[in-house]
Design a protein around this ligand. Sequence first.
Ligand code: UDP
Length: 195
Amino acid sequence: YATVSIYGVPFSKMTMQETVDWMTSAIAERRPTHVITANPIILMNAIENERHMRIMEQADIIVADGTGIVWAADYIGDPLRERVTGFDLLYELMKQGNEKGWKVYMLGAAPEVVEAAASRLQQLYPGIQIVGCRDGFFTEKEDEAVINEIIQAQPDLLFVARGAETQEPWIARYREQLNVPIMMGVGGSFDVISG
Ligand code: UDP
């Protein structure tokens, strides 16, 4: 797929529909992908911090969450066709998952929040299977247990809602072990979904 480089970070130029189709292929092929939905703050962190830049570089797809990114692409004369926010992408993936019977693991936020968000998604999209959920307040010592639980559940999609500073390095560090087709950081989305 085509990208536009903004401060060295390659943003996908795919529309929402193309992005969902691309992810559907990743799931069909069981190809592990780390999806980063980046806004200008995340981009600035990467520019200022080498470690964060490495994480952006190893991601499989970076989508433009935030009008600032869309504006920057326009400014350098290589416009994006559409803004693809993480929140909208999550819902579009759920719509597709409803048809395809995808398995979803939800990791992050407070226990009651992730539970409520899982019930809500299950109610809206009865065709998806929530194969597990867990809160996002655990230490590095617990990583192994959390990863094993996810591997056992064999999800097609893993949503990680622990804040950008934590979720992306966590996915990047464990992506090979996790081996989930779509691994995506979703920030505060569970709080919004849970209502
Ligand atoms: N969160 C978490 N574990 C943590 C810190 C935060 O699960 O150690 C959750 C928090 O409950 C919220 C989400 O991560 O649901 C996003 O947090 P926040 O909005 O603070 O992060 P940001 O997206 O602003 O980086």
